[in-house]
Design a protein around this ligand. Sequence first.
Ligand code: GLN
Length: 485
Amino acid sequence: MHDKTLSELSALLEAGEVSSVELTRHFLDRIERHDGDCNAFITVCAESALAEAEAADRRRARGEAGPLTGLPIAHKDIFCTDGVRTSCASRMLDNFVAPYDATVVERLKAAGMVMLGKTNMDEFAMGSSNETSFYGPVKNPWDPSRVPGGSSGGSAAAVAARLAPAATGTDTGGSIRQPAALCGITGLKPTYGRISRWGMIAFASSLDQAGPMAQSAEDCALLLQAMAGFDERDSTCMDEPVPDYRAALGQSLEGLRIGLPREFFDEGLDAGVREVVEAALEVCRGLGAETVEIDLPNMKLSVPAYYVVAPAECSSNLSRFDGVRYGYRCEDPRDLEDLYLRSRGEGFGAEVKRRILVGTYALSAGYYDAYYLKAQKARRLIADDFRRAFEQVDVILGPTTPTTAFGLGEKADDPVTMYLSDIYTIAVNLAGLPGMSIPAGFSDGLPVGLQIIGNYFDEGRLLAVAHQYQQHTDWHRRLPDGYAD
Ligand code: GLN
């Protein structure tokens, strides 16, 4: 059953061939048998999942089921979940039980989805390898000595290992696309403002965006349909109509203009990854698309600009964790200052502290203009590059990551090398554009992701390109050996 996509499982439920309770039991059983090997979950909600599944089956019996009713899903532990621990993989929130659901969780619940549990991630979504989690690293299901990517590494590994047919993720600089690529699954980061951020623990508010992670583009379309749309509780959520994403999947690639940024195919790109991406482009050409080389000349500014903007916003967002209102509090504080210092000192991990320090410095008087303002100007230049590119092409394709999954511990002591693993994804967040990663093949036995970038609110087109590609390839159906049954 676990080798089926979400859409296929939906059809089985609809046909009455399986019940939501059976499906939920099947995945809970897989989590129990396999999660010890990959550590994809922080919290498993077996009891409530079965109760939700029963409710979904009753709803179906009443004839009130939608396409997602009764299907299991796992949520990244960055989304607030009513009555369930929401840790953001930090010691700071290890004891935090959210008093309400995030909009994303609420909408998927209203559609009848069953929550299997909360997935592991980098602490406060800061990282590219899942090694900064308070709950220990996630292991890549394709090779347990390697990272799954981050920060949504638990979600990516859970879907790759088929411990859940789908999961939610968030992407501030690549955290949906990069782990999707390294684990061989399909992930979509929508346009900034497409999905409400309400109840999603903030890292860098001008960049954070939630999105679906699943086996196929069709599955992502199904999930995006329920997740997207205006929410008055998030002032940056756009009041834009939500198109029928599943209906969009049929658009052919005939005449599609694909831009290939020269900057994405430079010497930093691993030869094995390049080969896979070039073969994928050949498939798209075979389906009638034309490819043209384009330039995104300010791409080189994206990682430096991001590592000013994201830490600056993080230093401000994370100031709420003070040991007073919620979360971790140190033992026996001497006075208020001691309470703040030790609660934060003991509650946050090293990478989070590094970002708070960098961000606080960049925002301080005298440095604000030199760093923060400058980074915002670079951000505008990057967005302008994309604007010009989309006057010429419909979508932009390239690799999602410069290499396949690297070894656990390999980059853990070198933050700058770690930051460079997002070199092809970060610009998309700075510009607020939608981007996807889809499985395109393997290099030395490890999955390679193809990145598809679109214009604002053009998620339907991205999903269609991905779906057409997936109709002619089967990379997205591959399952890692250790998780076949
Ligand atoms: N790896 C990037 C970072 O550490 C992106 C993280 C993310 O998208 N949440 O900031």
